[in-house]
Design a binder for this molecule. Structure first.
Ligand SMILES: *Cc1c(COP(=O)(O)O)cnc(C)c1O
Length: 413
């Protein structure tokens, strides 16, 4: 059962846009069409206000001093953990570890797996994945002599769960796969992958960085072993991310970072760690960022996740229809599953040049390989353009994008 959404406002794009000062045009740069949300989303005013409020009313270091401010700060930090637990439907708050990013969350698991794997063991990765869910496993390959086995998507970016089952051997120690590609914007069949992997005794780590932005996530129903996410793509602050780990794992894992607040006792020749989640949160954690993240989750739920998903699907459909009429453009992904991300390229114009022309019109898109070089090697383009939509994006912005790309191709011909 998912955490029920609170009463929702009627869908009101103007009200949403006015909650995001940069989107509402208060940046001082004039009108900006911000379509780089898959790299980082803009923040509503309530996120920044809540952080200021936290700093000015209940700020001190957490879990330390015996004074009242530290107690208040600790309560709001641990309250944020419980809020994220509910958002993900995790079984316990202690299963949620705050990190600085999704990247750090995945590295935390990889670092613990260094002690779990033996040379010759295998980890299954997908060529759909972001470097954040590839390079940590490459590092285990380099340092521990494990073998990476790769599962490829089809030409439309779809992963076949059976391919993961086929890749599993008696040496497989983990499947690491994204829940939503940051290039195609569609969900992967994570539930089926988890089921097939578990039937063969193999745990699954999912990179939920993009999926959690656009869909309601229930880690208990997914039955996934690890789920990583980042705050700044969820309309929250930078400097905070999280790792969910299924009960049982955290006790077996050694911490990545050592320091204050993660220990029970420290002697000269022995150290005893605190229980999870604290064992994995050495040093001063992102205290104000946790407060901001709560405000971001509150904001998302007040707008309503199903309304956001329906709006973004409409943007995706419209974008694909418009781009289908632009000569010389290749749009990647499955037209049957229009997601909130549109990646495109042209054989006759470099992605950087297209993006520069769009930027001249105030349209922000990303150009490059989007931290997915193995996928781009498969697509046959070293560089593509990516437009990614958010709850505040509009059909008029999609039209402006399509018109500008059409014009850019004429100029660059
Ligand atoms: C952005 C992204 C990441 C990394 O997020 P950070 O906040 O930079 O750690 C990981 N995976 C995917 C799919 C992403 O889009």
């Amino acid at each position: 059962m998912l955490h029920p959404e609170p009463a929702q406002k009627a869908w009101n794009p103007d009200a949403i846009r006015s909650d995001f000062p940069l989107i509402a045009g208060l940046s001082g740069y004039g009108r900006i069409t911000y379509l780089d949300n898959a790299a980082s989303a803009q923040k509503p005013r309530s996120v920044m206000d809540s952080m200021t409020d936290g700093a000015f009313t209940r700020y001190a270091n957490v879990h330390r001093g015996a004074h009242r401010l530290s107690g208040l700060a600790t309560a709001s930090y641990e309250g944020a953990r419980a809020r994220l637990q509910a958002f993900l439907n995790a079984p316990g708050a202690e299963q949620v570890i705050f990190t600085k990013s999704a990247t750090e969350a995945i590295n935390l698991v990889a670092s613990a797996f260094a002690a779990i794997v033996a040379p010759g063991d295998e980890i299954i990765v997908s060529s759909l994945d972001h470097h954040a869910n590839l390079v940590p496993w490459h590092m285990l390959r380099e340092r521990r002599g494990i073998v990476l086995r790769w599962v490829d998507p089809d030409a439309f970016g779809n992963l076949d769960p059976a391919a993961f089952a086929d890749a599993i051997t008696h040496r497989t120690r983990l499947v690491a796969v994204t829940h939503m590609s940051n290039v195609f914007g569609v969900l992967t069949p994570l539930e089926a992958i988890v089921r097939l992997a578990h039937e063969r005794g193999v745990p699954v780590l999912a990179d939920g960085t993009q999926a959690v932005v656009h869909h309601a996530i229930d880690v208990s129903a997914l039955d996934v072993d690890f789920y990583a996410l980042t705050g700044h793509k969820l309309y929250g602050p930078t400097g905070i991310g999280a790792l969910y780990a299924k009960p049982g794992w955290l006790e077996r894992m050694s911490p990545m970072l050592g320091g204050g607040e993660m220990v029970a006792t420290v002697g000269r020749n022995h150290v005893e760690y605190a229980p999870a989640p604290h064992k994995f949160e050495a040093g001063t954690p992102p205290i104000l960022e946790a407060i901001g993240l709560v405000a971001a989750l509150d904001y998302i739920e007040s707008v309503g996740r199903s309304s956001i998903a329906a709006h973004e699907a409409a943007l995706g459909r419209h974008a694909r229809a418009r781009f289908a009429a632009i000569p010389g453009i290749t749009v990647f992904g499955d037209t049957e599953k229009p997601g909130p991300i549109l990646t495109f390229a042209s054989a006759s114009a470099h992605a950087n040049d297209i993006a520069a022309i769009l930027d001249g019109k105030g349209i922000c898109v990303r150009a490059g390989a989007h931290c997915t070089q193995p996928l781009h090697q498969m697509l046959g383009f070293s560089s593509t353009c990516r437009a990614s939509f958010a709850m505040y994006s509009t059909l008029a912005e999609v039209d402006a994008l399509a018109d500008a790309v059409d014009e850019a191709l004429t100029i660059l011909k």
